[in-house]
Design a protein around this ligand. Structure first.
Ligand SMILES: Cc1cc2nc3c(=O)[nH]c(=O)nc-3n(C[C@H](O)[C@H](O)[C@H](O)COP(=O)(O)OP(=O)(O)OC[C@H]3O[C@@H](n4cnc5c(N)ncnc54)[C@H](O)[C@@H]3O)c2cc1C
Ligand code: SF4
Length: 511
């Protein structure tokens, strides 16, 4: 009998997809662990463990439901380690006349499958929606092309279209944006929230990855693996976040502290990006929790959270599909420097960088402000080539999938797209880092010093960056104040700042 083969990619672990509503003898699902996916960039071991663990668990779930699943482990002798070769081999070995796949989120896989489809002239091949996002691939482009590309415009239109936090045509409480109430530093004496993680034994997968010689990095405790493996885990994690952290999410969204590795962030990005959770259910859960607890959870916390998912997440996806593949070679500032070694070792005297890298190596996670205003900020100030910055972010984070990694890294953090995503470069001196966190008090550099012994590198590098890129940035309205401050400095001060920066730039690896 004619059969259909349905491909499930590693980030398509959505048990709620309409594919799985019915069990049919005519349908076989195929899932594969592949070197093509472990090796396209050097990965953190926890990222590989988390995806393979969740994939295997999804396979078991489907089999329990009665579906037929062909699963290739990385170590399987039949595994050619190539997506399309594995597909070709399987299709040739069975009586199958139809292949279906969900739209891939990565351009590279999209192209690979399109080329494959072209080559398989005898086969009926059909791409279906992944039924995950609020928007289609081209929705943002259709909405904003020819107009200003602003996240805020997009976000408001999403709120209206999906009737999220709306009161008729107006935003709830008459305001779209509550940023002013949010983004406070975390008080020194305030107690930190409890840490939660799962406790899985993934040593079999760990051993397989090592035995197969996959080149990876980072730490892992394979007998105490903390990341969620399925939808139930993800829902549990969501519930804990809503109960314990939503009430402080917005307030401390930009805070950084040595005392906690995720503070009030949700750590839902892995569950969302692997599609174990759907963004609309995360948003509805947050709204419901707020509604039942209005005396404890202010509306600004909720709006801040919804903005990240309905706004930023969908915005990044839209930009990705609009601007790829050109986006992957954008380098607005023509930065050419290699990534310093301490991004891989955490061995630097800059305490904020050391701590952010150290926890990334330990947990494959850093929260947004660590990614943006510590490691990203430093890479931009030091003129690191965006390819190297991208490869690092794509490899190290548990949630790093190119559509959301490259737009955040190359776009938001490195301004390599010349300001398509960010309205100004996210650079700062030690002033901001000290204001938003407690790293500076433990650092061997002095955050107050701009030049001389122990002067914080962020200070001189910040002014050096502004000076170097003045031609490119001087007309940016949001940079004018900073350039006025630079212009007000006397020649002597400018020279000593630039000399200090050049000393640091000549010995970046020793900082
Ligand atoms: C340089 C850089 C690289 C990044 N790389 C990635 C990446 O590879 N994958 C990834 O999912 N996010 C990335 N982000 C965005 C953001 O930092 C992470 O989504 C967030 O830190 C994940 O942790 P969380 O789940 O605790 O997020 P929370 O702070 O709890 O936010 C809730 C959810 O909102 C969404 N979200 C928040 N900010 C963004 C954003 N800027 N873009 C898209 N979605 C957002 C995420 O789905 C997140 O889970 C990056 C940011 C920067 C600055
Ligand atoms: S003094 Fe400078 S390098 Fe040290 S923690 Fe503060 S900002 Fe980072």
């Amino acid at each position: 009998m004619a059969k259909t083969l349905r491909l499930i990619l590693g980030d398509q672990l959505n048990p709620k997809h309409s594919w799985f509503e019915e069990v049919s003898d005519d349908v076989i699902y195929i899932m594969m662990e592949m070197r093509q996916e472990t090796d396209y960039v050097k990965h953190h071991i926890q990222k590989l463990l988390a995806f393979f663990h969740a994939m295997r668990s999804f396979r078991d779930y489907l089999v329990d439901q009665g579906h037929s699943v062909h699963y290739l482990q990385l170590s399987d002798t039949r595994n050619t380690q190539s997506l399309t070769q594995n597909l070709r081999d399987f299709l040739q070995s069975r009586d199958i006349d139809r292949l279906e796949y969900q739209e891939p989120d990565e351009y590279r896989l999209d192209q690979q499958l399109l080329k494959f489809a072209e080559s398989m002239t005898e086969m009926k091949i059909n791409m279906v929606s992944s039924e995950h996002f609020f928007t289609t691939r081209s929705e943002l482009q259709d909405l904003l092309q020819g107009k200003g590309v602003l996240m805020e415009t997009f976000y408001r239109s999403m709120r209206k279209k999906h009737e999220v936090l709306m009161d008729g045509d107006k935003p709830l409480f008459d305001r779209w944006n509550f940023d002013q109430e949010n983004r406070k530093a975390f008080p020194k004496k305030e107690e930190v929230p409890p840490i939660f993680g799962f406790d899985y034994d993934v040593s079999t997968i760990f051993k397989m990855i090592k035995d197969e010689g996959v080149d990876c990095f980072g730490e892992a405790e394979p007998t105490h693996f903390l990341w969620p493996r399925d939808r139930d885990d993800s829902l549990h994690w969501l519930k804990l976040f809503l109960q314990n952290a939503l009430s402080s999410f917005g307030t401390y969204q930009d805070a950084m502290t040595d005392r906690h590795w995720y503070l009030f962030h949700s750590r839902l990005s892995f569950s969302l990006n692997s599609k174990m959770l759907n963004p609309s259910e995360v948003i509805s859960g947050a709204i419901e929790t707020w509604d039942k607890n209005r005396s404890e959870i202010t509306f600004s916390q909720l709006e801040g959270f919804v903005r990240q998912i309905l706004g930023w997440r969908e915005f990044m996806r839209g930009i990705y599909w609009w601007k790829m593949p050109e986006y992957q070679s954008e380098n607005f500032f023509n930065h050419q420097q290699p990534l310093p070694d301490f991004f891989w070792t955490a061995e630097t005297k800059m305490y904020c960088v050391a701590k952010s890298v150290e926890q990334s190596l330990k947990y494959a996670y850093a929260h947004h402000i660590q990614r943006l205003m510590i490691t990203g900020n430093f890479a931009l100030l030091a003129g690191i080539h965006p390819d190297e910055v991208d490869a690092w972010y794509l490899g190290i984070y548990i949630d790093a999938i190119e559509w959301v990694e490259i737009t955040n890294t190359r776009g938001m953090s490195q301004f390599a797209d010349g300001g398509l995503i960010a309205t100004k470069p996210y650079v700062s001196s030690a002033n901001y880092i000290n204001k938003m966190g407690d790293y500076c008090s433990n650092c061997s550099y002095d955050h107050n010093k701009k030049t001389g012994d122990n002067a914080c590198p962020f200070n001189s590098l910040y002014w050096h960056f502004l000076d170097k890129h003045q031609q490119l940035l001087k007309d940016n309205a949001r940079m004018k104040l900073m350039y006025r401050l630079w212009d007000k400095k006397n020649a002597e001060e400018k020279v000593s700042l630039l000399e200090q920066a050049s000393i640091y730039l000549n010995q970046v690896d020793e900082l």
